[in-house]
Write a protein that binds this ligand. Structure first.
Ligand code: URA
Length: 211
């Protein structure tokens, strides 16, 4: 049978290399060390201070996936330590979740210059790291924070307002999308994003086993 006419999907060899490098990391410590040398995204590798691998407390049942490190995260090497991170900690605590028991990673592990959103190519090139991190954490539930993270799991074209607050199956994982704490900050204490973030993290707490 002849092949149907039309463009064939091109596979980015850099993404493939990242997948196999990440897959070869047997544990979190080796992944964290190996990821520091990643140069898959040349602009990010040139402009970052550090690779923000994320937090993976042993036994974490819940994994939060944000967008990308900001300035504070790039400086300190830890995810969600700036203003958005402080709000996240507060909302987690209100939901009865201790930040130190929750895994926190990002779609990108390097800061995009000027905090611009990740490009599609960057998200695809960092995907092998993200997948391996989630394999190693093995959470019961993944909570995506913001649109970039929801798109990474549920595909382009999703509308956060329509999909948030419900558990979706994606790539063998249980995924609950919600708003990014930065949106909650932007819309203020009476805005819908903060109310939804609170409700969705409370739901996430009730859906995961205590640690
Ligand atoms: N915003 C994110 O999406 N991730 C961080 O780690 C910090 C801010």
């Amino acid at each position: 049978m002849s092949r149907p006419a039309g463009p064939r999907a091109k596979i980015d060899p850099v993404s493939l290399e990242v997948f196999s490098t990440a897959a070869a990391c047997a544990d979190w410590a080796s992944l964290a060390a190996t990821a520091q040398g990643c140069v898959a995204c040349p602009e990010l590798a040139r402009t970052r201070c550090t690779v923000v691998v994320g937090d993976a407390p042993p036994g974490a049942r819940l994994a939060l996936v944000g967008e990308a490190p900001g300035a504070e995260e790039d400086r300190t090497g830890r995810p969600f330590v700036g203003r958005a991170g402080r709000l996240l900690d507060q909302v987690l605590a209100e939901a009865g979740l201790d930040r130190s028991a929750v895994a926190v990673v990002n779609v990108l592990q390097c800061r995009p210059p000027g905090n611009r959103p990740p490009t599609g190519t960057e998200a695809v090139r960092c995907r092998g790291w993200l997948e391996r991190k989630l394999d190693l954490i093995d959470p019961e539930l993944v909570v995506t924070l913001g649109l970039s993270s929801a798109v990474a799991f549920l595909g382009r074209g999703v509308k956060l307002g329509e999909i948030r607050g419900r558990v979706h199956s994606a790539g063998g994982r249980q995924v609950l999308p919600t708003y990014h704490p930065s949106a909650a900050l932007r819309f203020g204490p009476n805005g819908a994003p903060l109310a939804h973030l609170r409700a969705d993290l409370a739901a996430a707490a009730s859906l995961t086993s205590p640690t």
